[in-house]
Ligand binder design. Structure first.
Ligand code: GTP
Ligand code: MG
Length: 493
């Protein structure tokens, strides 16, 4: 922290101390206007109570935060993007990684925090491998009588409020365990499905973590940038008696910069640490501008948008991803888009995709916001997936793009899908997370995003009221020029 140069990291402005003579303005209300006061007492003015002067002022309970945190907390953006480039990178391997693999010392509990709406994109595969290898090696050492500190893994799937409430928790937990296993975590101590903003599942999580940490354990919240670690810890703090200092949480990836010890959540000498998010370059969000990220990030419960389509057709999610139904053994395939409602969609013939790219990317299909950004985002590449399903009513498989969302596909038969997105963005084929689809089908052409439709509705309203005003003006003008009923009577005579 420094208070000399706003162009360098850690800059803060000291909050000004109130002048000792400072007094809040006194609000005088004529007693006669106070309804609850009896008439006999209605004399003079009622003064607001003046607190006796505190001879022993308490220290400011709010900790001072740097300008970056202040801006993130109050405006959801970093103060100065150029200062961000001066911040040191967080070296996971040499800090936490080293502690996790250590055979001696206190027990480590890894809170592996994963975003339910971007499970594969936010799943920390490197950490999963490191922890799993450590568990194997240290348990083997321990069995041979050597010191072997075996880390415990608590998988916390957060932001479950973004998934539809119809999704069964048992099914979700089964799906999560399966995906985590495929992601490389072979020994999970427990799984928790939570929502930090809705306070779902947090009490059980606190109890579990306290038990696992024991009197002296170290608990590390680890996960991708923006997965929800700091929000989770802040919410866990509400379930314990001690007050914790609020951590900065924000929709900006890379909010937390260093390892922060959080006091007051765990009992005894156990320690809880918030850590900087791991950078996952395979998430599409890492290459988007802040304005583009706002459109892509999911902040409300997801709603399905379903197409009923034939081979030779394509569905675009903004200018970020597309799915071509290339071949099918059946007549129709149901494609449901699960992504931010602010992303526009388009469905049409695959033969027109070049026109879509040239004429609509960066315009109707945003993000990318503007045509220049289309080139900046990189090369557009194809992955092929052969999928099969046994029902039309539910989705069988998902094709998900890290940081963006997914296509859920339902069919009774087989299909070859061509999935396109920018080079380097991870695309995963998995069992369907949400089998349900929408009851209503989207139509061919553009599906206007929520932002555009709200803007359209507002401009339609304006247009409508202008039209009505014009019409009523015209009516008035016409009625002025028409003969009055009296005149009409006269003329009819
Ligand atoms: N809907 C929903 N949003 C959440 C939840 N938890 C966190 N968020 C949002 O996710 C965004 C990121 O939250 P943070 O807690 O800052 O994420 P982080 O993992 O600490 O991020 P870094 O510090 O960048 O690594 C914020 O906009 C939060 O409001 C949740 O349970 N539900
Ligand atoms: Mg954080």
């Amino acid at each position: 922290m420094q208070e000399s140069d706003p162009k360098l990291p850690g800059y803060f402005i000291k909050p000004s101390n109130k002048d000792p003579d400072y007094k809040t303005p006194i609000f005088r209300q004529p007693i006669a206007e106070e309804s609850e006061i009896s008439n006999s007492l209605k004399r003079g003015n009622l003064n607001e109570l003046i607190e006796p002067e505190d001879t022993n002022p308490k220290p400011n309970p709010k900790p001072v935060v740097c300008a970056r945190c202040h801006s993130l907390r109050h405006y959801g953006r970093v103060k100065d993007a150029t200062v961000e480039n001066l911040l040191p990178d967080f070296d996971f391997d040499h800090t936490i990684g080293r502690k996790l693999v250590s055979t001696s010392g206190t027990r480590s509990v890894v809170l592996m925090v994963v975003d339910a709406a971007d499970f594969d994109g936010s799943f920390p595969r490197k950490v999963a491998k490191l922890v799993s290898d450590t568990i194997d090696e240290n348990s083997a050492a321990w069995k041979q009588g050597q010191s072997g500190n075996v880390p415990r893994v608590v998988l916390v799937v957060t932001k479950i409020d973004l998934l539809p409430p119809s999704l069964s928790p048992t099914r979700l937990e089964h799906w999560v365990r399966q995906r985590a296993h495929q992601g490389g975590v072979n020994k999970i101590t427990s799984v928790h499905l939570v929502s930090a903003v809705r306070d779902w599942g947090l009490k059980n999580l606190v109890d579990d973590v306290c038990k696992l940490a024991g009197a002296r354990g170290n608990v590390w919240a680890i996960g991708a940038q923006n997965a929800g670690k700091s929000t989770l810890i802040n919410s866990l703090g509400k379930h314990v008696d001690g007050k914790i200092n609020q951590l900065t949480e924000a929709p900006v990836p890379g909010t937390t910069l260093g390892i922060i010890r959080v006091e007051g959540v765990l009992p005894g000498q156990a320690k809880l640490f918030d850590t900087p998010g791991l950078l996952h370059p395979h998430q599409i969000t890492t290459r988007l501008t802040r304005e583009e990220q706002k459109l892509v990030q999911m902040s409300k419960e997801l709603k399905p948008r379903t197409y009923r389509i034939k081979a030779g057709h394509t569905v675009h999610i903004a200018g970020l991803m597309r799915l071509d139904v290339e071949e099918t053994s059946v007549d129709t395939v149901y494609v449901t888009v699960w992504a931010s409602p602010y992303l526009p969609l388009h469905m049409g013939k695959t033969e027109n995709v070049q026109t879509m790219l040239e004429d609509h990317f960066g315009r109707q299909l945003q993000p990318p916001i503007n045509e220049k950004r289309v080139e900046e985002l990189g090369k557009w590449v194809r992955r092929e997936f052969r999928v099969s399903g046994s029902s039309w009513d539910v989705s069988s498989v998902d094709v998900s793009a890290a940081g963006l969302g997914w296509f859920a596909v339902g069919l009774k038969g087989e299909a070859v899908l061509g999935v396109w997105t920018y080079d380097g963005v991870d695309v995963t084929l998995r069992n369907s997370l949400i089998p349900q689809r929408s009851q209503f089908f989207e139509v061919t052409g553009f599906t206007v995003s929520k932002i555009v439709s709200t803007a359209d509705r507002a401009s339609n309203k304006q247009h409508q009221s202008k039209k009505q005003k014009k019409q009523s003006e015209r009516k008035e003008a016409v009625s002025d020029s028409l003969p009055s009923p009296d005149d009409a009577d006269a003329s009819s005579c």
